[in-house]
Design a protein around this ligand. Structure first.
Ligand code: ZN
Ligand code: ZN
Length: 442
C-alpha cells in the first residue's frame, strides 16, 4: 500500500485482503459499492473465489457463490477454486463448491491435473473422499465412468494413486485403492512400460504406502521404462527397509482377493477388522523378512503385542474353532457360523492374485460349505451369559484357555460349531482343510 499505488489498486488490495482473512462485513460493504470487484483479479489472475477457497474462508465463498459467481473460473494456470481448496485441504470449501456444481473434471495447464490429483498429491484424504463421493452421484460418473475418473491421468500419465504413493500419503493410497484405483497402472498407459505406483512408493520411501499397494496385489516384478523393478528403485533412493520388502526373493505378502467384489460386499466394520488382520499378518511376515537384514521396522504406529490380547481378553466371546487362538469376530451370512478375522483372511486371501481362477471359486463357509453371502461383525455374547458357563473363571487368560480346552461344553452356538468341527476330524485337520481346501489357490 505504498504511495505509488493508485486509488483503485489500493481498493483492490483492501478487498482481496478482506477476502483472504474472511472479513465478511468489509467484503460485503465493498461489493455493495462496487459489484465489479467480483470479477477483479490479483496480479497472478486469482479471482476472489480462488482466494476464499485457498484460505478456507467458507462464509465468503458461500456469499460469492450466492452472487452467482461462476464456480469454475480459472486462474493463470487454469486452476479452479475447487483445485485450490483440494490443494490446501479446505474441506468445507471443497464440499460447498461441489454442491454449487463445480466441475470436477477440469485439468490445469501446469501439469494437466484435476482436483483429485491435488487432493491426493497434498495428502488431504478428507477432500479426496469428499470428491470421490460427490462424483459417484454426479453426471461425471455417467459420462466418464466412475472408475475412469478414479484413474484419471495427468499430463505425464500419472493417476492420483501415483501421486499419493510418490508423496507418501498412505491414507490417500488406501482410499483410492478402495475406490477402484488400478494398483498396477503404468504412467506409460496400458501395455507400455512405465512407472507404477509401487515404483513411486519405493522412491518416496513410505513403508505404509508399500504395504497398502502390496496388499492390493501390486506386482514387485513390473518394470518401468528403464527396465527397473521397484526393488531397484528403493535401493537407488536408499530406502533399505522398503527394498527388503520389495525384494522379489522375500516372502510375498498376503493380498486381498482379486475379484474385490467379495470384499466390497462386506459391511464396513467387518471390512475394517479384516483389513486390520491382513496388515497384522503382513507385519509378521515383514519381521521375518527383515530378520538378519540389518533393517528394522521404524517404530510402528501400532504396537504388535497387547492390542490383540486386549481384544481377546476383554470380550467373553467364543474362540475361533479353526485356530483356537483368536476370538471369533466375523460371522458368515446366512449360516451364522463364526470365525476370527485371521482365519477369514486365510479363507479368502491368497498369495498371488489369479484372475483366471479367482472368479470360479467363490469362498464358502468352512463349517457348512454354504456359499458366503456376506461377512459381518460377529455379535458379541452377553457377558453374564458367558460368565455362567465358566464359573468365576479367574484371570481372563485362564478363562480363555479353559474355554478352548472345554470347548464342547460351551454355549449352544459353540457346541454347534464344534460338532461340525468334530466331523472334520479334529483340530489339526480342520486347520489344514481351512488353509488348503478353501483357499483360492494361485
Ligand atoms: Zn481363527
Ligand atoms: Zn456356515
Amino acid at each position: 500500500m505504498g504511495q505509488g499505488l493508485s486509488c483503485a489498486a489500493s481498493q483492490d488490495h483492501r478487498f482481496f485482503s478482506a477476502v483472504h482473512f474472511g472479513d465478511l462485513e468489509t467484503v460485503n460493504a465493498m461489493l455493495e459499492r462496487d459489484p465489479s470487484l467480483l470479477y477483479q483479479t490479483t496480479y497472478d489472475r486469482q479471482y476472489p473465489l480462488h482466494i476464499a477457497a485457498a484460505n478456507g474462508q467458507i462464509e465468503i465463498l458461500s456469499m460469492l457463490l450466492e452472487r452467482s459467481v461462476d464456480p469454475d473460473m480459472v486462474n493463470r494456470q487454469k486452476q479452479t477454486p475447487l483445485m485450490l481448496a483440494a490443494m490446501h485441504g479446505k474441506i468445507s470449501c471443497v464440499k460447498k463448491l461441489v454442491e454449487a456444481g463445480a466441475n470436477m473434471l477440469k485439468f490445469d495447464s501446469l501439469n494437466g491435473r484435476t482436483c483429485l490429483h491435488f487432493a491426493a498429491y497434498y495428502g488431504h484424504s478428507d477432500c479426496l473422499q469428499a470428491i470421490l463421493s460427490a462424483v459417484q452421484s454426479s453426471p461425471v460418473a455417467v459420462s466418464w465412468g466412475y472408475s475412469r475418473f478414479v484413474n484419471i491421468r495427468d499430463g505425464r500419465g500419472a493417476t492420483p494413486l501415483h501421486l499419493a504413493a510418490r508423496q507418501r500419503r498412505p491414507e490417500c493410497v488406501h482410499i483410492l485403492l478402495d475406490n477402484g484405483a488400478l494398483v498396477c497402472s503404468s504412467t506409460g498407459g496400458y501395455g507400455s512400460p512405465g512407472t507404477t505406483p509401487l515404483h513411486l512408493a519405493a522412491r518416496g520411501g513410505s513403508l505404509d504406502c508399500i504395504r497398502e499397494l502390496l496388499a492390493w496385489g501390486a506386482d514387485r516384478m513390473q518394470r518401468d521404462a528403464s527396465g527397473r523393478i521397484p526393488y531397484v528403485v528403493a535401493l537407488k533412493y536408499r530406502n533399505g527397509t522398503c527394498a527388503a520388502l520389495l525384494n522379489p526373493s522375500s516372502a510375498e505378502p498376503l493380498v486381498w482377493p482379486s475379484p474385490l467384489k467379495f470384499i466390497s460386499e462386506l459391511n464396513q466394520e467387518a471390512k475394517a477388522l479384516l483389513e486390520c488382520a491382513l496388515m497384522e499378518a503382513n507385519r509378521e511376515r515383514e519381521k521375518n523378512i527383515l530378520k538378519g537384514t540389518g533393517y528394522s521396522l521404524p517404530s510402528p504406529s501400532h504396537s504388535d503385542d497387547g492390542t490383540d490380547d486386549n481384544i481377546s481378553e476383554a470380550s467373553d466371546t467364543e474362540l475361533c474353532c479353526i485356530c483356537f487362538e483368536q476370538v471369533c469376530t466375523i460371522e458368515v451370512e446366512d449360516c451364522g457360523h463364526q470365525m476370527c478375522a485371521h482365519c477369514t483372511l486365510a479363507l479368502c486371501c491368497h498369495n498371488k492374485p489369479n484372475p483366471t481362477t479367482a472368479c470360479l471359486t467363490p469362498p464358502v463357509c468352512p463349517f457348512c460349505r454354504s456359499t458366503i453371502a456376506r461377512l459381518v461383525v460377529a455379535k458379541m455374547k452377553d457377558c453374564n451369559d458367558a460368565d455362567q458357563d465358566i464359573g468365576d473363571g479367574g484371570s481372563p487368560k485362564l478363562r480363555k484357555s479353559r474355554r478352548s480346552l472345554n470347548f464342547s461344553e460351551g454355549s449352544s452356538s459353540f457346541k454347534g460349531l464344534s460338532a461340525t468341527f468334530g466331523k472334520m476330524g479334529g483340530r489339526g485337520s480342520g486347520r489344514i482343510a481351512a488353509e488348503n481346501e478353501w483357499v483360492d489357490k494361485p
